[in-house]
Ligand binder design. Structure first.
Ligand code: S3P
Length: 434
């Protein structure tokens, strides 16, 4: 446990930040680099705990992976050269590692067992096992394979047509990876678009993949072609500082080289709908991923409704959006976000608990929240629920709180944003590093 005490500085925030690499893209770069034949160099890799789980998993399957700061070099001979790990694979807190790896392990010709931390062990895995079993996978675990630990006996898989019953890029990606190893064609259809980094990177690594409307088709290709990956800054991490500048009067922040893939920029659309001043510059596309600098200036915001197809485009940003909503006049309604119930923690319950402890006025619904603003937040002691995004939301709340905010445990922040607290000090223009 690492407790932290934060005081509001009551000053405008200013400066520029280089936000760490995108978590989703970092995971996928390790996976693709391990499936490719040759050397893949990944730059601006997220040096966070979750992505390290993916690196360790492939190292245990015989891939040579070296990391120096945020540069990772993967030297592999392709999927056919992966070997049976001698010990169980530990996925820690990482849902992305678990779900994406299951798709691959199902089609590799060896036995694996996988497990995670207490949070990951109660997150649903049947959403991945159901399609994989239809392709011929042999996977078992607690409650008929609904939860980790799981054991996987790799099999020859058959391609299939699958319509996603949940709005989940992790499930879509698991089926696409299984499809890469399966015979015939695999088609995945989603009713609401979710992040498409797997599709973009598979294409960049030479997979046989086509996207037609909401349907993606992939055919068997055991060995991809190595390709360097430049990971953009994570918009889900940038969101904390976008929010900070949007709620602390007279602030202005520039966040450099942020991923601006349309499937992830719901937070920018919401801020704009609330009346925020956002400016994009230096935009460029690498390996199918748009990135650029984002400048946000404080302005008076107003409430809005967030629901429907925008939800997957900002699913991880809802905790910080809820904090913004407490600081603006009017009622913000968040609906269709039932997926929040099965994240690192139940994020609807956790957000409501933390923000009401600080004095916010929030009603919870089964699939969202209704937030009545504007409220003056007080100080207080809050729980992080061992969830990185809840801890960071609490830290940003301290910027507008009247008293000291104590967060019970900030260790989870290392999952996605190891230097978050240094960046927080930097934009407060305080030199003390905690
Ligand atoms: C992710 C997809 C999302 C997101 C998670 C990362 C990914 O999860 O919440 O942080 O990298 O594919 P779901 O696919 O479960 O919605």
């Amino acid at each position: 446990m690492k407790e932290v005490k934060l005081q509001s500085s009551h000053h405008p925030l200013s400066g520029e930040l280089e936000i760490p690499g995108d978590k989703s893209i970092s995971h996928r770069a390790i996976i693709m680099g391990s499936l490719a034949s040759g050397k893949t160099k990944v730059t601006n890799f997220l040096d966070g705990e979750d992505c390290m789980r993916t690196i360790h998993a492939f190292q245990k399957m015989g891939v040579s992976i070296e990391k120096q700061d945020t540069t990772v070099t993967i030297d592999s001979k392709g999927a056919a050269a992966l070997t049976e790990p001698k010990e169980p694979l530990y996925f820690g807190n990482s849902g992305t590692t678990a779900r994406l790896m299951l798709g691959l392990l199902a089609g590799l010709p060896f036995f694996t067992s996988v497990y995670g931390d207490p949070s990951l062990s109660i997150r649903p895995m049947d959403r991945v096992l159901t399609p994989l079993k239809q392709m011929g996978a042999q996977i078992d675990g607690r409650e008929a394979g609904s939860y980790l630990p799981l054991s996987i006996r790799g099999k020859s898989l058959q391609g299939m047509d699958y319509t996603l019953p949940v709005k989940s890029a992790q499930v879509k990606s698991a089926v696409l990876f299984a499809g890469l190893l399966a015979s015939g064609e695999t088609k995945v259809t989603e009713e609401t678009s979710t992040r498409n980094h797997t599709e973009n990177m598979l294409r960049a690594f030479g997979a046989d993949i086509t996207v037609n409307g909401t349907t993606t088709t992939i055919t068997n290709k055991q060995t991809l072609t190595a390709s360097d990956v430049q990971v953009p800054g994570d918009i889900s991490s940038a969101a904390f500082f976008l929010a900070a500048a949007a709620i602390v009067p007279d602030s202005q922040l520039t966040l450099k080289n942020i991923g601006l893939n349309e499937t992830r920029t719901g937070i920018l659309d919401v801020l704009q709908a609330m009346g925020a001043s956002i400016h994009l510059s230096n935009q460029q596309t690498t390996n199918g991923e748009l990135m650029g600098d984002v400048t946000v200036k404080y302005d008076k915001l107003h409430a809005t409704t967030i629901d429907g197809s925008i939800i997957p485009r900002l699913i991880d940003e809802i905790p910080i959006i809820a904090l913004i909503a407490t600081q603006i006049d009017g009622t913000t309604i968040i609906e269709d976000a039932e997926e929040l119930r099965v994240k690192e923690t139940d994020r609807i319950a956790a957000v409501a608990d933390v923000l009401t402890t600080l004095g916010a006025n929030i009603e919870t619904k089964h699939d969202g929240m209704v937030i009545h603003g504007k409220t003056r937040l007080s100080g207080g002691k809050i729980a992080s629920y061992n969830d990185h995004r809840i801890a960071m939301m609490g830290a940003i709340a301290s910027l507008v709180a009247q008293g000291e905010v104590i967060i019970d445990d900030i260790t989870s922040v290392a999952i996605s944003y190891p230097n978050f607290f240094e960046h927080l000090q930097h934009i407060k223009n305080e030199s003390t590093i905690m």
